[in-house]
Design a protein around this ligand. Structure first.
Ligand code: NAP
Length: 298
C-alpha cells in the first residue's frame, strides 16, 4: 500500500470547517487515520457515526499523541487553551496548523502557550464556509476550488509549510501565502465588516415596532444581503474581538462613507448619489466577472 500524505491527523474541533477537512482528506485518500477531539462526547460520537473521524478523545493531549498533522478548528477564543494542551506533546514530526478567521490573535495565543514558537507551526485560513455550524453541516467539497491563505511564521520550517500546503491541495483548494498583518487587514474589509453590517442591519430592524411588517415585506434583496447574519454569534463574537484593530478601522471608514451618502440624500445631491452607485456597480460587476458569478439582483 502506498504511503499516505498524512498518517494520523488530529482534528481539534470537528465542526463545519474541521469536519469538512477530514471528509475531504478521506475522500482524496490522503489520510490513513483521523482522530477527532472536542468537548462534547455527543458531538464527537455523531462525527464518528457520520464517518468523518475514525476515533475520538475529549482529552486533547491524548488525542494528538502520535499525530503527524494537528489541525485546530475551534473558535478563536479557544485557541490558547488548546495550544496549552498540545504543548507537552510537541515533537519534530507533529505539524500544527489552524483554520482561524483572524491570524494575529492565533499567533499571540501560540506565543502565550509555548515557550518558543515551534518550527512545525504554520497558521492558515480557508476562505470557504457557510453560515451553518457543526459536523452535520460539513461536506467534502467545501474546499474545492476555494482559496486557503497560509501565513507562515519566520520560525515555520519549509517542510511544515509544504506539508500543510499539500494537505489543502489534496482537498482541491488553491493555496496562497501572505503576511499575518496583510491577512487581517484584507479579511477585516472583505469578510468581517460585511458580517458586522448584516448583524447590525437585522438587529436594527428587529428592534423596530413595525418589525413584523418589515420582515413580512422583505424580498430577495434583503435575504441576499442578510444571509450571513444567520452565522454563529459565538464564533463571530470571537472573530470581531480577535481582529479588533483592523475591524474598527474598517467600521469607522464605512461609517464615514455612509454618513456622506446620508448627507447627499438629505441635500438632494444627485451627482454624489449617482457617482457612488455607479462606482459600486462597476466594482461589483468586475468582481463577478472575474469570479464567474452570475446572480440576479433585485
Ligand atoms: P463549528 O462548526 O461551531 O465547530 C467548532 C468546533 O469546535 C465544534 O466541533 C466544537 O465542539 C469545538 N470546540 C469549541 N470550543 C472548543 C474547545 N474549547 N475545545 C475543544 N473543542 C472546542 O465552527 P466552524 O464554523 O467549524 O469554525 C471553526 C473555526 O473555523 C473558527 O476558528 C472560525 O473562525 C474558522 N472559520 C470558520 C469559517 C466559517 O465560515 N464557518 C470559515 C473559515 C474559518 P464542542 O462544542 O463539542 O467542543
Amino acid at each position: 500500500m502506498s504511503e499516505k500524505l498524512i498518517q494520523r491527523l488530529c482534528v481539534i474541533g470537528v465542526g463545519l470547517i474541521g469536519g469538512s477537512l477530514a471528509r475531504a482528506l478521506k475522500k482524496a485518500g490522503a489520510v490513513a487515520e483521523v482522530v477527532g477531539a472536542g468537548r462534547a462526547t455527543s458531538h464527537l460520537q455523531k462525527a464518528k457515526e457520520l464517518g468523518v473521524i475514525d476515533r475520538f478523545e475529549t482529552d486533547i493531549s491524548l488525542a494528538v499523541k502520535g499525530c503527524d498533522m494537528v489541525v485546530l478548528a475551534v473558535p478563536l477564543g479557544a485557541m490558547q487553551t488548546v495550544f496549552e494542551k498540545i504543548a507537552p506533546e510537541l515533537n519534530d514530526d507533529m505539524v500544527i496548523t489552524d483554520v482561524g478567521s483572524a491570524k494575529g490573535s492565533v499567533v499571540r495565543a501560540a506565543q502565550a502557550a509555548f515557550d518558543m514558537l515551534p518550527d512545525t507551526l504554520v497558521p492558515g485560513h480557508p476562505i470557504a464556509g457557510t453560515e451553518k455550524s457543526g459536523v452535520e453541516a460539513s461536506f467534502a467539497e467545501l474546499y474545492n476550488n476555494r482559496r486557503i491563505i497560509l501565513t507562515p511564521l519566520d520560525t515555520s520550517s519549509d517542510s511544515a509549510v509544504n506539508k500543510v500546503r499539500s494537505m489543502w491541495q489534496a482537498c482541491g483548494a488553491e493555496v496562497v501565502e501572505t503576511s499575518i498583518e496583510h491577512h487581517d487587514e484584507v479579511l477585516a474589509a472583505t469578510s468581517h465588516l460585511p458580517h458586522m453590517l448584516a448583524y447590525s442591519l437585522v438587529d436594527t430592524l428587529a428592534k423596530m415596532d413595525e418589525k413584523n411588517e418589515i420582515f413580512d415585506f422583505a424580498a430577495g434583496g434583503f435575504r441576499d444581503f442578510t444571509r450571513i447574519a444567520s452565522s454563529d454569534p459565538g464564533m463571530w463574537h470571537d472573530i470581531c474581538l480577535a481582529n479588533r484593530e483592523a475591524l474598527v478601522k474598517m467600521i469607522n471608514k464605512f461609517s464615514h462613507d455612509l454618513q456622506q451618502l446620508s448627507k447627499a440624500i438629505e441635500s438632494n445631491d444627485s451627482d454624489y448619489i449617482k457617482e457612488t452607485f455607479t462606482r459600486a456597480k462597476q466594482a461589483r460587476d468586475k468582481y463577478c466577472d472575474s469570479k464567474n458569478i452570475n446572480d440576479s439582483l433585485e
